[in-house]
Ligand binder design. Structure first.
Ligand code: PGA
Length: 246
């Protein structure tokens, strides 16, 4: 039985004080549960505070939004996977569309980051997804296949078995434009035909559409950006659909 996964990607929001306040309220509103996995991805600067706030909640994992692929060195402003682990993270988000398209990180960098995460003892949520022009050119599956292959290229099979995929069509991220449940299902089924791994959907997930998306047989959870900044919305999404699967 696989548990659904609900991940909050806070992006560049919430410093340590706001993180403490958010999590205090969130933990009160979201009692301990073992029927789903929640992952919080705060900014790196708020990881330690978040880890402390979550110390009595093993049902909630802490993740880092970005890591550098080297272990240490002269990389001003960057954080290594081992530093993130030391700060309390157990998961790394890799290949997010904003890293790929705003910061120009290609497949090779994504591959190196996945390997660096495992080397430091983190697991990975690997994000993949096509841009609108790629969908319009009918290259969606080819793009996602390429991103998946690259993402796992430096991992061994035991490591691959521990990752989760997030399918996030770039045109749906932060745009309010969500993939239809059918479209999400089609891509999730495609990804699962390649890799037998949990696949989360991301891209304008909100309380109003979460249940429909989660009702699809191959949608195993949600990666939530904007709506995760509102505690009530994120709680509602986490409550939206909890179903058991065999
Ligand atoms: P969004 O972001 O929910 O604001 O579309 C999702 C993501 O970027 O992971």
């Amino acid at each position: 039985m696989k548990k659904p996964v609900f991940a909050a990607n806070w992006k560049m929001n919430f410093g340590p004080q706001e993180t403490r306040t958010y999590l205090k309220t969130f933990l009160d509103a979201f009692p301990k549960t073992d029927d789903r996995t929640v992952i919080i991805f705060p900014s790196a600067i708020s990881l330690v505070v978040a880890g402390f706030a979550l110390r009595d909640r093993p049902d909630i994992l802490l993740g880092v939004q970005n890591i550098h692929w080297e272990e240490k060195g002269a990389f001003t402003g960057e954080n290594s996977a081992s530093m993130a682990r030391d700060a309390g993270a157990s998961v790394a988000l890799v290949g997010h569309s904003e890293r790929r398209h705003t910061f120009g990180e290609g497949d090779e960098i994504t591959a190196k980051k996945c390997a660096a995460a495992f080397k430091a003892g983190l697991t990975v949520v690997l994000c993949v997804g096509e841009k609108l022009e790629e969908r319009d050119r009918n290259t969606t599956q080819a793009v996602v296949l390429r991103q998946l292959k690259a993402g796992i290229s430096r991992l061994n099979s035991a490591q691959i078995a521990r990752i989760a995929i997030a399918y996030e069509p770039v045109w749906a991220i932060g745009t309010g434009r969500t993939a239809t449940p059918e479209l999400a299902q089609e891509m999730h089924a495609f990804i699962k035909s390649l890799l037998d791994l949990p696949v989360l959907y991301g891209g304008s997930v909100k309380p109003e559409n979460a249940a429909e998306l989660l009702a699809q047989p191959d949608v195993d959870g949600a990666l939530v950006g904007g709506a995760s900044l509102e505690i009530d919305y994120f709680v509602a999404i986490c409550e939206a659909a909890v179903r058991s699967r065999s």
